[in-house]
Design a protein around this ligand. Structure first.
Ligand code: FE2
Length: 223
């Protein structure tokens, strides 16, 4: 079964003026679509073509010969996660998110400052992630299409910093683009939802370990 090309979770003009219809038509309608189409061509008739997208990313990352599959799968996953990280009207961070940000960075302003600095320090094309590792927030920039979950932790928010993400609306001003995303477009409800889901998974794993009487059982079946 082919990997689906997901529609935007909001209307094409819903993010204006912060993100234009033209940007979304190129970024989602051409760039993102092209990663999904190339991926489906590459995996047709291989063992990958029955796997979910994230599993394709995880397996192809380990096989040098599948580098093209990895690149397109990772970009397909990252873009879907990016659109789901944005919302037409930015709300305030939820309770868990706000507490996590305060604990990890000191304040919301310091979080935004660090996120922007990471975006500016990410050389060339890449992604900037807010992620959770061992119950704590951290920020990392990854090069090209590398997703955060392979080497760092579980992401709760991402910003695309490939030039195609901002050139139409901001020309070469990456910082202005990231500033706009952070101040106007973060889907804080989605971030809080992802944190809740991670907490549920962590609690389920801890329960299973407890029931096993500390015998080193690893509940691998909970992702
Ligand atoms: Fe992109």
């Amino acid at each position: 079964m082919p990997i689906p090309f997901p529609p935007l979770p909001f209307a094409e003009n819903a993010l204006e003026p912060a993100m234009s219809v033209e940007t979304l038509r190129y970024h989602h309608g051409k760039h993102h679509k092209s990663y999904v189409e190339k991926l489906n061509k590459l995996i047709a008739g291989t063992g990958y073509d029955t796997m979910p997208l994230r599993a394709i990313v995880e397996r192809s990352a380990k096989a040098r010969k599948d580098r093209k599959i990895y690149t397109n799968a990772a970009q397909a996953w990252n873009h879907a996660f990016f659109w789901d990280s944005l919302a037409p009207q930015s709300e305030s961070p939820g309770k868990m998110t706000a507490e996590g940000i305060a604990a990890a960075f000191g304040s919301h302003d310091k979080f935004a400052e660090k996120f922007k600095k990471t975006a500016m320090d990410t050389f060339g094309s890449g992604w900037v992630w807010l992620y959770q590792k061992d119950g704590k927030f951290a920020i990392v920039g990854t090069p090209d299409g590398d997703p955060c979950f392979l080497r760092h932790g579980e992401p709760v928010f991402v910003t695309d910093v490939w030039e195609h993400a901002y050139y139409i609306d901001h020309r070469n001003e990456r910082e202005a683009f990231v500033d706009t995303v952070l101040s106007k477009l973060v889907n804080w409800r989605a971030v809080e939802g992802r944190l809740n889901a991670l907490k549920d998974r962590q609690e389920a794993k801890a329960d299973i370990r407890r029931q096993a009487g500390g015998k080193g059982v690893e509940p691998w079946f909970i992702a």
